[in-house]
Ligand binder design. Sequence first.
Ligand SMILES: [Zn+2]
Length: 95
Amino acid sequence: MPDSLFIYKKAVWLASLELGYDVQLESVLPYYTSKLHYGCEGVLTRQSGQYDVAPCKKCGRRVDSHANAAKNIASLTGTLLSYDSFPSTHVRGHT
Ligand SMILES: [Zn+2]
């Protein structure tokens, strides 16, 4: 989980406004989400300095590692996190 949940909650709030429906925020375990080829389960072998595209050891395709990780993450069962509205209703202290 990121250090600052706030920024993700704010992004979800903005996405909800833009899309016109409530986007839900879930926490998932990140293990292997960037290492396995979605739908194929082959191992992606990234070489040093190669972040965006990785060849799959099983099917040989060159995989967009970002889109692949997003598909893996979306396929996982997550823990629903609370929804916050912005601007924040928290009162700032005056100093
Ligand atoms: Zn593959």
